[in-house]
Design a protein. Structure first.
Length: 115
């Protein structure tokens, strides 16, 4: 009798199995979003390094800043722009969600590159 009860408890009814599958969240994000993030970061780095060479000449000629001060300004600009990723991660995790923050970050990078 105990063996019969044990066999029945090991079997799962087909309707219970289907409800377990439907209760799982649909798979979103993960590795599917990685190509977008990698391409976005690659373009952002290309633009950033391209702007640095032009920006030092602009600071020297347009604002008459010596090369040491201009390099310090560009170093601070690069450090701040890289540190803002931490702010974006905090906003994404706490308030906005990852897709909205990625969209806002991509748009702001595009906007800054155009201007």
């Amino acid at each position: 009798m105990d063996q019969l009860v044990a066999e029945e408890s090991m079997e799962t009814p087909s309707n219970q199995n289907s409800t377990e599958q439907s209760s799982r969240p649909s798979r979103k994000g993960g590795f599917r979003t990685m190509p977008f993030i990698i391409v976005n970061e690659s373009f952002e780095k290309v633009v950033s390094y391209g702007l640095m060479a032009n920006m030092i000449f602009y600071l020297m000629n347009g604002y008459n800043i010596d090369i040491a001060t201009g390099t310090s300004i560009l170093l601070l600009w690069s450090a701040i722009s890289n540190a803002l990723a931490i702010v974006g991660a905090f906003l994404a995790d706490s308030y906005l969600g990852r897709f909205l923050v990625i969209a806002l970050g991509s748009f702001s990078s595009l906007l800054v590159s155009i201007l």
